[in-house]
Design a binder for this molecule. Structure first.
Ligand SMILES: *Cc1c(COP(=O)(O)O)cnc(C)c1O
Length: 360
């Protein structure tokens, strides 16, 4: 039986990529070594890392004046590295609060900076993105930070804030590479790899060059973007296997039509699933307002929460895995990242429709 993995992260990888990794596991391209056994400074791994970077650059059309960094510490470490590097002598930064991940970024930034919350979805229980014309921005902010997709709440920006001269910073951990974006609108983008890129342990940072090199005094060396940029992300040992698998994913995306094609498939998948939820006559509910619903993470509840256990049990027997919602919100969550095929979403839709008929 085919299985489909709806985990929020670490998450599904393209089947073809896993097969290729398996084929290359013991002996990468006749080198006599596994990628896991290679020196990060040897010519083999240097070529793997260079290809990964150049494929990512072409997928996202990253302009030449941006650095691509392969780091560790996850998105969580970026919550601290961003203020440490981007304050540049200023005392305050703007943050948009759209849910759980925004809150974590804000809490960490407060250790290093004053934080101006320009807008918050809290008063509506985080079911929408606050409208741009209500944002109360600080004209002297060092940067503006937002979470382009709230992985837990299922709220996604379908537009890009226009911040003019103030560098725009985005946590794209759960929607990077899911759609086309204009990198030149951003000062910095970061994403933990384990949602929509590859295995856990790698965090990708794309940062405009002029924002590098202004780290706050006393910052540890490892938290300075400049150190990593000057050393091509090899100041210390990078997460080599994660970079390799991410590189295979980038090649898979390129073979399959790049981000334009991926975006169309992601729209189809999301429409299919939300449609099934919305026509269930309240058996299922997604609280997020329609215009701000995530294409990647679809949270939904059952009207009768006492059926949650039965739902999950039956889903499992249908090969539909890891649908349990985040512990903070309960219910269900289907994460439908790039690597989730349309058939997986169709199988889920068939299952939830049948379950609702059975128990509704
Ligand atoms: C998962 C996630 C994080 C945390 O990532 P780690 O790699 O565990 O630090 C941060 N932001 C968003 C939007 C996420 O989805």
């Amino acid at each position: 039986m085919a299985t489909y993995n709806f985990s929020a992260g670490p998450a599904v990888l393209p089947h073809e990529v896993l097969q290729q990794a398996r084929e290359e596991l013991l002996d990468w391209h006749g080198s006599g070594m596994s990628v896991m056994e290679m020196s990060h400074r040897g010519k083999e791994f240097m070529s793997i890392a260079a290809a990964a970077e150049s494929d990512l650059r072409s997928l996202l059309a990253i302009p030449a004046n941006y650095k691509v960094l392969f780091l560790q510490g996850g998105a969580h470490l970026q919550f601290a590295m961003i203020p440490l590097n981007l304050l540049r002598g200023k005392s305050s930064a703007d943050y948009v609060n759209t849910g759980e991940w925004s809150k974590k970024a804000i809490a960490e930034a407060k250790k290093f900076s004053s934080v101006n919350i320009v807008a918050s979805g809290a008063d509506k229980n985080f079911i929408n993105v606050p409208m741009f014309d209500t944002w109360q921005r600080d004209p002297n902010a060092a940067y503006l930070h937002y979470t382009s997709n709230e992985t837990i709440g299922g709220v996604e920006f379908n537009w890009v804030p226009e911040t003019g001269e103030i560098p725009l910073v985005a946590d794209m951990s759960s929607n990077i590479l899911s759609r086309q974006i204009d990198i030149s609108k951003y000062g910095l983008i970061y994403a933990g790899a384990q949602k929509n890129i590859g295995p856990a342990g790698l965090c990708i940072v794309i940062v405009r060059e002029d924002l590098i090199g202004h780290v706050s005094p006393g910052t540890p060396t490892m938290l300075d973007y400049k150190i990593h940029a000057d050393n091509d992300s090899m100041y210390n040992t990078p997460p080599t296997y994660g970079i390799y698998v991410a590189g295979l994913v980038f090649q898979w995306l390129k073979r399959n039509g790049g981000l334009a094609q991926m975006e169309q498939i992601n729209i189809s998948k999301a429409n299919l699933l939300y449609q099934a939820i919305d026509v269930s006559n309240g058996f299922y509910n997604c609280p997020v307002v329609k215009s701000d619903r995530s294409r990647m993470n679809v949270p939904f509840t059952l009207k009768d929460a006492s059926l949650d256990g039965e739902f999950l049990k039956q889903a499992d027997t249908h090969g539909l895995l890891q649908l349990k919602g985040h512990r903070s919100v309960g219910g269900m969550r289907a994460s439908i990242y790039n690597a989730m095929p349309l058939e997986g979403v169709q199988t889920l839709v068939d299952f939830i429709t049948h379950f609702a008929k059975q128990y509704g």
